[in-house]
Design a protein around this ligand. Structure first.
Ligand SMILES: Cc1cc2nc3c(=O)[nH]c(=O)nc-3n(C[C@H](O)[C@H](O)[C@H](O)COP(=O)(O)OP(=O)(O)OC[C@H]3O[C@@H](n4cnc5c(N)ncnc54)[C@H](O)[C@@H]3O)c2cc1C
Length: 442
């Protein structure tokens, strides 16, 4: 089971129309809805399960510029400015704090990469630095491992995934959002070449625009409209500990293990070196566009062939207006964590940080990360269907960037001046001949 998330009540009345329907109550859909209602746009958000029950509550909570794809830097800068004010503007605790992010460096080649990234990030006013081994030891007292130093960004931060999206959803409702949970969208309907309404399990909602912010489900939702997006899923395992005192204020990645202090006094711990990829029919379908990224990341990816292949081959179909859909069958994607990895994470943690020798695991979970071949999101309109927009494919780093990603999506829907240049995030990059590639800096 996933972590327990702050509860958000649904709106009382089921709507029959809206200017914009947002599909997906993860942090991206909620940030989009929040930005829209603040501009006075009549918005409905539909969530098949409950707010933030999938990736948006299961993540590490890092709000990171460090080592980010250069194309995303203007957006993450805008996002960090929004995070800074979110506690105040939502009137609630999102857990956002600036305590820095540290990536320990293992090899000389990695240090060279970090230096090249710093040089490029400077043009976006990002003041990251290389820490020497002794500076790293000062920042993480008791560290017991031989690192060649670290990449450090003091102005980076963290927030609480189990609180942030719910806080934003409550603020959006206060500003006029109609939020419906346990309300799966079965299909997005069109008339005369443009979006006309969505069909949900509880009835139809007329609208002028639809934003698909369905995380790992976006591919299927778009397939239902005849739009193909090359999206796959990666399973990542996380644990949270009981409260424990340790002098580590920044979010840190120490070789194979990554950790962050939580507001409840515990720690969110994960592996920064290993994830699982279940082979599915989509893995075969999208093997070609993903191959370059796979070749670079293969040491950290465990390929697995098992029941998920059959499950997806048999049941993962786009919804039909008049039939029970897969979105209703699977209210919350709740994959089992990788048990062997959980054991290894604890061994690694105790080894590098003896302060954790008495650590007690309170809970563990896994999440399915939705990813695209170039590991940056699509935040874009779909040219061939007027009124259809997509914000998805955040590829394992959408939590930190979500506040500004939602603002950008709202700007595009409204046709107002975008918060940053949206070109890198356009959907058409997969079809207009651009050489789509991922950047690997960490
Ligand atoms: C283990 C893990 C660690 C991560 N660590 C970080 C990190 O430290 N920092 C960071 O920035 N990012 C991190 N990420 C990535 C981040 O969590 C995601 O990029 C982000 O949460 C994506 O948000 P989303 O709203 O797009 O998707 P989701 O949170 O997955 O939300 C999509 C929602 O859409 C709903 N939905 C789908 N289909 C339908 C439908 N038909 N009808 C109605 N609702 C529907 C789903 O139920 C779901 O709630 C991590 C992810 C994981 C899994």
């Amino acid at each position: 089971m996933g972590p327990s998330v702050d509860l958000v009540p649904s709106s009382e009345h089921f709507p029959v129309e809206a200017e914009v329907v947002v599909i997906g109550g993860g942090i991206v859909g909620i940030a989009t809805a929040l930005a829209l209602v603040k501009q006075g746009v009549k918005t409905v958000l539909l969530e098949k399960g409950t707010v933030a029950a999938e990736q948006s509550s299961r993540n590490w909570g890092w709000c990171r510029r460090t080592g980010r794809d250069i194309r995303e830097l203007p957006l993450i800068n805008a996002s960090m400015r929004l995070w800074e004010t979110l506690n105040e503007t939502t009137g609630r605790e999102t857990g956002f704090r600036r305590h820095g992010i540290i990536y320990a460096t293992r090899t000389e080649a990695q240090r060279e990469r970090h230096l090249r990234w710093i040089a490029q990030a400077k043009q976006y006013d990002i003041a990251s630095q290389i820490l020497s081994p002794s500076q790293l030891a000062e920042r993480i007292p008791g560290l017991k491992a031989n690192f060649a130093g670290a990449l450090f960004t003091e102005a980076d931060g963290r927030a609480e995934p189990q609180k942030a999206a719910p806080a934003m959803a409550m603020a959006a409702m206060e500003a006029g959002l109609n939020l419906q949970q346990h309300c799966a969208v079965r299909s997005i309907e069109r008339s005369a070449g443009r979006v006309s309404h969505v069909v949900t399990e509880h009835g139809e909602i007329k609208c002028q625009s639809v934003v698909v912010a369905g995380g790992a489900w976006s591919r299927l939702l778009l397939q239902g409209c005849g739009v193909e997006i090359p999206q796959l899923k990666v399973l990542s395992t996380v644990l949270r500990t009981r409260p424990l005192e340790a002098d580590v204020s920044s979010c840190v990645s120490l070789g194979s293990v990554a950790l962050r202090k939580r507001l409840d006094g515990g720690w969110t711990v994960a592996s920064s070196a290993s994830s699982v990829v279940d082979i599915t029919p989509d893995s075969l379908r999208f093997m070609r566009p993903f191959m370059p990224a796979f070749k670079v990341e293969r040491a950290s990816l465990k390929l697995r062939f098992g029941p998920r292949f059959i499950e997806e081959a048999l049941y993962w179909r786009p919804g039909q207006a008049d039939k029970l859909s897969i979105y209703e069958r699977i209210r919350v994607l709740d994959p089992a964590p990788d048990r062997a990895l959980l054991r290894q994470m604890i061994v690694d943690l105790k080894q590098v940080l003896p302060a954790f020798s008495g650590v007690q695991v309170a809970q563990s979970w896994a999440g399915l990360i939705d990813t695209l071949p170039d590991a940056i999101p699509v935040i874009s309109g779909i040219d061939k269907i007027a009124g259809l927009f997509v914000a998805t494919g955040f590829s394992g780093h959408g939590f930190g960037i979500a506040p500004a990603a939602g603002q950008l999506m709202a700007d595009l829907v409204q046709g107002s001046t975008p918060i940053v240049d949206p070109a890198p995030f356009r959907f058409s990059r997969f079809t207009d001949g651009e050489r789509v590639h991922a950047q690997h800096w960490l």
